[in-house]
Design a protein around this ligand. Structure first.
Ligand code: COA
Length: 389
């Protein structure tokens, strides 16, 4: 029998290059744009402004922004007691679990509490404003889930959600210290760049779930599970682990050579769409320099930066591959003092905006997503009864 996996690197494998639908949320042609605005302009905004743009279709006025931010803040500080109770039990039974699982479970519990059971009506009959308010609730709840879990496993009493921009509030909650404007600014840029990216795997998974008539919480739980994978969002955690493993400048060449020889991918490099470099990686690389306060305590991060630069040079020389967004983000989160296992969950907090926008877009113009497969199994054969085999 022929091995179906032996000859599968054709252009459509992994849906590479296949246009699988249409969207008005994000375009990647020439530069990255959210709803028509260039990413370089949006990087000057607050995370809430960009979230409003993605979810409601337009940049907010000052009034709209104030009201939107207030609604998110209200949701962030009103996690249902049941979630907190479940988290306190889970923190005892599985304190070491992946925080991606925590978020996926948290969203599932929220969906059950909300009775977001889905299709009494078909998706295109849903009230999309109500879905947008449901999305806002999730945008506030998800960062609160993350902070609540960290409090739980650290045995800390939950504190009120700070009345500050969402990015600053979350960073303060996770780092348990006052955050400088500079740190908040760079962190905000990472969230804006992580917020949306067209038909990436997790967004497409969320749209597929939505296309069946299922509910928003189910689609988000699926998206979180999809983002967890190391070829997708999980890459940012591995990037830092890799740099720690490499350790010294002298080790870069042999380490990369070994990886390539073993056919192991180097995390943080390559991209399905950007074959000559990810615009987001370049923008964040520049933003990351802002964190260097020229103090002696920043020296370990300068060393890591040099190590990363060398890996980049070797990867380009050996494979002509350039870094993707996860490459600079991992170093930025590390320099901000965030533990590695928070990196991908922070991607979730940001991508919630893109996911919910896509879920609503799918609901507004729905058709079941159901592609076809090219059959590569055995040719038709004669059935043999079990006693004759
Ligand atoms: N390290 C080593 N080699 C890599 C690589 C990496 N990070 N990314 C791609 N390649 C190689 C592939 O093995 C392939 O080599 P080959 O032609 O000799 O077989 C070639 O580059 C082309 O890659 P391709 O298979 O077209 O990539 P893809 O579009 O299927 O995969 C990724 C895209 C993102 C999954 C892939 O680049 C990858 O695994 N990167 C590391 C994980 C990561 O950083 N993910 C975050 C993405 S934002």
């Amino acid at each position: 029998m022929s091995d179906p996996s032996s000859d599968c690197k054709d252009s459509k494998n992994g849906l590479a290059g296949v246009t699988a639908g249409h969207t008005s949320i994000c375009s990647l042609d020439k530069t990255l744009r959210y709803r028509g605005y260039a990413i370089t302009d949006l990087l000057e905004c607050s995370f809430e402004e960009v979230a409003h743009l993605l979810l409601w279709g337009d940049l907010p006025t000052e009034n709209q922004l104030r009201e939107f931010a207030t609604r998110l803040h209200t949701h962030a500080q009103s996690l249902p007691e049941t979630v907190l109770w479940c988290f306190s039990r889970l923190a005892k039974t599985s304190p070491q679990c992946s925080i991606m699982d925590v978020l996926r479970t948290g969203v599932s519990i929220l969906g059950q509490i909300e009775c977001d059971n889905g299709p009494e009506e078909m998706p295109h009959h849903r009230d999309l404003s109500q879905e947008r308010f449901k999305a806002e609730q999730l945008l506030g709840h998800v960062p609160a889930l993350l902070a609540a879990w960290i409090d739980c496993i650290s045995g800390r009493q939950p504190t009120p959600w700070p009345k500050k921009p969402l990015a600053t509030a979350l960073l303060e909650k996770l780092c348990h210290t006052q955050i400088s404007d500079n740190a908040a600014n760079v962190f905000t840029k990472t969230l804006i760049l992580y917020a949306e990216h067209e038909f990436n795997a997790s967004t497409f998974a969320a749209r597929t779930v939505t296309s069946t008539g299922s509910d928003m919480h189910s689609a988000i739980a699926t998206a979180i599970g999809t983002l967890k994978g190391p070829l997708h969002g999980g890459a940012n955690e591995r990037v830092l682990q890799q740099l720690m493993d490499i350790g010294t400048l002298e080790n870069v060449g042999p380490w990369v050579a070994r990886q390539l020889e073993n056919k192991d991918v180097i995390m943080g490099f390559g991209h399905r769409i950007y074959k000559s470099g990810d615009v987001r990686a370049r923008l964040l690389h520049e933003a990351g320099h802002q964190l260097d306060d020229k103090s002696a305590s920043f020296e370990p991060h300068r060393k890591l930066e040099k190590l990363a630069n060398k890996v980049e040079a070797v990867m380009f020389e050996k494979k002509r591959l350039k870094p993707n967004l996860d490459w600079p983000t991992a170093r930025i989160y590390h320099a901000l003092g965030l533990p590695i296992n928070l990196f991908t969950p922070l991607f979730v907090v940001a991508r919630m905006t893109g996911w919910t926008a896509h879920i609503i877009e799918q609901m507004s113009d729905n058709r079941l997503i159901r592609p076809v497969a090219e059959y590569r199994g055995p040719s038709p054969r004669q059935f043999i009864a079990i006693e004759d085999r």
